[in-house]
Ligand binder design. Structure first.
Ligand SMILES: *[C@@H]1O[C@H](CO)[C@@H](O)[C@H](O)[C@H]1NC(C)=O
Length: 133
C-alpha cells in the first residue's frame, strides 16, 4: 500500500513544485534582461560626410537592473541590409553616446545604424555624403 506521507512522495512533490516555479519565473527574467535603448541620434534629417566624427546617442534613462551583455557595437546599415562595417565596438551600452568616424561609403540617403547590446535597435534612415561613382 502506498502512503502519501512517505518521504519519497514528499521529495517528489517538492521537486515538481520547484520545477514549476522555475518554469513560471524564466520568461519574466529573460524579458527583463533584454535591453534595447532607443537611438536618439542620428535622426531622419541627419546628414553625415565621409571622415567626420559624429556622436551617436541613445536613451539610457530606463535601464533594467541587470544587463546580460553590456558591450555595445554599432553597425552601418544601407537600405534594408546591415553592412559588415563596425562603426564602434567595445563601449558600454550604458554610456548613452559614442563617437564614430563616418566610413568611406557611397552617397545614399537610406543609411541607418544598428546599436547592439543585448538586442539590436535601428536608427531612422539618414544621408551620408560620400563617394559618387
Ligand atoms: C566626440 O566628438 C565630439 C564632436 O566632434 C567632440 O567634441 C568630443 O570631444 C569627442 N569625444 C571624444 C571622447 O572623442
Amino acid at each position: 500500500m502506498i502512503s502519501f506521507s512517505t518521504p519519497i512522495f514528499l521529495l517528489g512533490s517538492l521537486f515538481i513544485g520547484l520545477l514549476s516555479q522555475f518554469a513560471l519565473a524564466t520568461p519574466t527574467l529573460v524579458t527583463k534582461d533584454v535591453y534595447v535603448p532607443p537611438i536618439t541620434y542620428p535622426t531622419a534629417n541627419a546628414v553625415w560626410s565621409v571622415g567626420e566624427v559624429q556622436t551617436v546617442t541613445w536613451d539610457v534613462s530606463t535601464p533594467p537592473q541587470q544587463i546580460t551583455n553590456p558591450n555595445g557595437r554599432i553597425f552601418l546599415r544601407a537600405g534594408d541590409r546591415t553592412t559588415p562595417l563596425v562603426l564602434a565596438n567595445n563601449f558600454n551600452i550604458l554610456d548613452g553616446k559614442v563617437n564614430i568616424t563616418v566610413p568611406n561609403v557611397l552617397t545614399r540617403n537610406d543609411y541607418s545604424i544598428v546599436l547592439f547590446g543585448d538586442s539590436g535597435n535601428f536608427s531612422p534612415q539618414f544621408q551620408i555624403k560620400g563617394v559618387d561613382l
